[in-house]
Design a binder for this molecule. Structure first.
Ligand code: PMP
Length: 363
């Protein structure tokens, strides 16, 4: 029954939900540690809870379909104009809209090996093809990605920092890449984790928008802003691309709670700073544990880190054993990285629970 592109698809596999594992193990949800989906471990800030409560009286009304207030807050924060913005139900929406706008059956998109699986999924759904370019040191090989573009290429997906490897492309690498991509090809720069990248040569995608009308930067409130459950993200691009994106955007795709919470989150500098500082400390804690356990890991600038199990260990088996101990992580075999596991940075206590469980499983 389905169209050709959809027939071969497998649905996206999210991290195991906490309540499901708690039920399976007969434990309380509070006894489960989930470090599988790169979520913010701090819990919501009081300002967000307040913003959501204020929306409750409007429950029977449709949300503001144009997202006026959130766009105004984004314009102020990012120094862009409202005509450059597309709001999404998570940044996943932005990825999906871009493919629907630009990719026809038989066209292709270029992605890196070890990249977020949704790029391939949304592309194949519309009958597009995926050109996967081998990674270099687990990160994007941007030279090779530019070289892989052919006359049916419509989008190149660049994830910076990348999920699941936590690697990043430097300012110099990104600039050379943008200059090499033909202007009729969209560069979709996915910056879901950009707030965490504190390294000096990390480039901010927004800096290149005025020079490259074929650039679309996707961002999310799901990670450093801690709003994953509300589903809100955005795209920033030239007004021409934003206009096209908004033509395929379903009406009211971002609900009132998400709009209000994201607007409040943008003004909540203290929460963002706290999230980033906690992540920095948690990363030090995890990396020290890997070193103590003699495990190699991929240096990460995001809020997760991917490490290598000892030779001969099976990631799926280790995953099962960690689950039995109430710890949910992400085996990355489905990102073409068998033998590796990705763990999100949690609170200090969550990280320690994970470290103790991992040491036990590997003993
Ligand atoms: N891009 C990347 C690289 C991601 O890792 C994720 C979430 N896992 C997303 C986009 C989508 O996130 P959301 O839809 O919650 O904004």
């Amino acid at each position: 029954l389905a169209v050709a592109g959809v027939r071969g698809l497998k649905p996206y596999q999210p991290g195991k939900p906490i309540d499901e594992l708690a039920r399976e193990l007969g434990l309380n949800e509070a006894d489960i540690v989930k470090l599988a989906s790169n979520e913010n471990p701090l819990g919501p800030s009081p300002a967000i809870i307040d913003a959501i409560q204020q929306q409750l009286v409007e429950l029977t009304r449709y949300p503001d379909g144009a997202g006026f207030e959130l766009k105004a807050a984004l314009c102020e924060r990012l120094g862009v104009s409202a005509s450059q913005l597309t709001l999404g139900n998570g940044s996943s929406d932005i990825l999906d809209f871009a493919v629907r706008v630009f990719v026809n059956q038989g066209d292709n998109v270029v992605v890196s090996q070890h990249a977020f699986s949704i790029y391939g999924l949304v592309t194949r759904a519309v009958g597009g093809e995926v050109i996967e370019v081998p990674a270099r040191n687990f990160g994007h090989d941007l030279d090779a990605m530019a070289a892989a573009i052919n006359d049916r290429t419509r989008i190149v997906f660049v994830t910076n920092p990348n999920n699941p490897t936590g690697t990043y492309s430097t300012r110099g690498e990104l600039e050379a890449f943008l200059a090499a991509v033909p202007e009729q090809v969209l560069v979709l720069l996915d910056e879901a984790y950009f707030e965490y990248a504190e390294v000096e040569d990390y480039p901010c995608g927004l800096d290149y928008l005025s020079q490259y009308p074929n650039l679309l930067v996707a961002r999310t409130f799901s990670k450093a802003y801690g709003l994953a459950s509300l589903r809100v993200g955005y795209g920033v691009s030239s007004p021409v691309v934003a206009d096209l994106m908004n033509r395929v955007r379903p009406p009211f795709n971002v609900d009132s709670f998400a709009l209000a919470a994201a607007t409040a989150a943008l003004r909540d500098d203290a929460y963002l700073a706290k999230s980033i500082a906690a992540n920095r400390q948690g990363m030090v804690q995890l990396v020290a544990a890997f070193e103590q356990l003699g495990l190699s890991y991929i240096p990460s600038v995001a809020n997760f880190v991917t490490f290598k199990l000892p030779d001969g260990s099976d990631d799926r088996e280790v995953n099962q054993q960690l689950l039995q101990l109430g710890v949910i992580i992400r085996p990355v075999a489905n990102y073409d990285m068998p033998g590796y596991i990705r763990v999100s940075v949690g609170t200090a206590a969550e990280n320690q629970t994970f470290i103790d469980a991992l040491a036990k499983v590997l003993a």
